[in-house]
Design a protein around this ligand. Structure first.
Ligand SMILES: NC(=O)c1ccc[n+]([C@@H]2O[C@H](COP(=O)([O-])OP(=O)(O)OC[C@H]3O[C@@H](n4cnc5c(N)ncnc54)[C@H](OP(=O)(O)O)[C@@H]3O)[C@@H](O)[C@H]2O)c1
Length: 433
């Protein structure tokens, strides 16, 4: 398709943070990239919203276009790189490019989480490749390992810190004793959090990424909507202090486990023991642990966002597809994750719990709580009285449990919070390990 066999045509959909990173790297590392790709890569057009916007990389006005067809229908473009973000028009334009017989690289987790299998099927039908390494973990290579290098394993679990914004906020809360609001404001002022942080702090972004990883790892379809989510906004600074005293960090963990009845997938703030590598992943760094029956546990760690790291992932995919073009072969179709292993409700989870509860400061209250937990087969591992509030004669208890079923702890806590002596359930967090 390239007009000159020594030249691969690249069309960019989007020239923002990542698009500019890709364009800059193609210029800075062009000679090396041409050597591994088998031909120089040339940006032919770039779709933007505003041609006059100041950009980190200036491509030349004539290369910018407001018309998507200039990219997806240009016969001199071999590989379309979608870096618009959001569901539409990104999804429709990826479809259009694949139907035009173009290879596609995207960093769009929302589109891949929602439409990955249908787009993979479309790519396969058109004899082209669809690659999305940048959609999960920014610069961390995780999609290719899951699809290829670890494919011989039965994956047992995937556990990840996969959202840099929330990990930055949690790190500040742990290290500085900052409140959630203070840490969020700081993350926003540094450009780590969006003006509307909902997708990050509510775990939506992490759920998209977990759904993609779990689908590939378990070779089945894990819908992002089936991933159970709890955000981080209700965490309080003292939970980090209490967790620390117990030997744990608090992290927003995106985790999927293969259990006999199906898959358990959730994004929840979690107590992670300091002995676990994930407990020491701080700031905007991401990490993914994959546990396979053959390999055991492997951890991938690195920058989860930013122009350079994300461009690194995009270019790995682009170079792979450029080699397909220069070698005159077709992209080897990888299996579409289309199994039907059920994704279970969280009720099936079996784990340990951390409970912070405010109670009347008088004898007998703990016995009532212990009795309620016991009636639901939840046994207490430790209890500490943390604070006494003299003004209203209440005290704060932190209870950890032995392993129990989620449905049991939820039923027990519903009864406990209804006790006259209990004024508030402060936190219910799962404990890893
Ligand atoms: N930023 C990261 O660190 C990172 C990390 C991993 C993955 N990703 C993913 O990479 C993708 C791009 O992210 P980004 O941070 O580069 O986004 P961004 O800075 O907001 O850039 C988006 C680009 O797309 C253009 N655009 C958006 N909607 C458009 C439309 N309807 N028509 C024409 N042009 C449109 C914008 O044009 P204008 O420039 O004219 O406004 C801009 O150039 C997203 O899917 C994101 O999730 C980003």
């Amino acid at each position: 398709m390239a007009p000159d066999s020594s030249d691969i045509g690249i069309g960019l959909l989007g020239l923002g943070t990542v698009g500019s990173g890709v364009a800059g790297a193609l210029s800075a590392n062009g000679a090396e990239i041409a050597r591994v790709a088998g031909a120089p890569l040339t940006i032919r057009r770039a779709l933007v919203r505003d041609k006059n916007r100041k950009r980190a990389v200036e491509l030349g006005h004539s290369l910018l276009t407001l018309n998507p067809a200039d990219v997806v229908e240009d016969d001199t473009i071999d590989i379309v790189v979608e870096l618009l973000g959001g569901e539409e028009p990104a999804h429709s334009l990826i479809q259009a490019a694949l139907k035009q017989g173009k290879h596609v690289v995207t960093g769009n987790k929302e589109v891949i989480a929602k439409y990955g299998p249908s787009l993979m099927t479309l790519a396969r039908a058109n004899g082209v490749g669809l690659r999305f390494e940048a959609a999960v973990g920014g610069g961390i290579p995780i999609i290719a390992p899951l699809r290829r290098d670890l494919a011989g394993n039965q994956v047992i679990a995937i556990s990840a810190i996969i959202n840099g914004t929330t990990n930055y906020i949690l790190t500040r809360m742990a290290q500085e004793g900052a409140s959630f609001e203070e840490a969020l404001a700081e993350a926003q002022s540094l450009g780590y959090a969006e003006a509307d942080p909902t997708s990050d702090v509510e775990g939506i972004d992490a759920a998209y990424k977990l759904a993609i990883m779990a689908s590939l790892g378990f070779k089945t379809r894990v819908e992002h909507a089936a991933v159970y989510r709890e955000g981080i906004a209700s965490l309080e600074a003292r939970d980090f202090q209490y967790a620390d005293e117990l030997g744990y960090a608090i992290k927003l963990i995106a985790r999927a486990d293969r259990v006999p009845e199906g898959i358990l997938a959730r994004v929840v703030p979690t107590l992670v023991p300091y002995t676990d590598p994930l407990a020491n992943v701080d700031g905007v760094i991401n990490a993914v642990q994959v546990e396979g029956d053959l390999v055991g546990r492997v951890t991938f760690q690195g920058p989860g966002a930013g122009a350079g790291p994300t461009a690194s992932a995009v270019l790995g995919d682009v170079i792979h597809l450029a080699r397909v073009v220069t070698s005159g072969t077709t992209e080897l179709p990888l299996p579409v994750p289309d199994g039907d292993i059920p994704v279970l409700p969280l009720d099936h989870l079996q784990t340990r719990y951390y409970v912070r509860v405010t109670v009347d400061d008088r004898p007998g209250v703990l016995a009532q709580i212990a009795s309620n937990l016991g009636q639901h087969d939840v046994s207490i591992a430790s209890v500490t009285q943390k604070e006494t509030f003299d003004d209203d004669q209440t005290a704060e208890l932190v209870i950890t449990t032995h392993s129990a079923r989620e449905s049991a702890i939820q039923q027990a806590l519903a009864q406990i919070t209804a006790l006259p002596a209990v004024s508030k359930l402060g936190a219910l967090l799962r404990i890893e390990g």
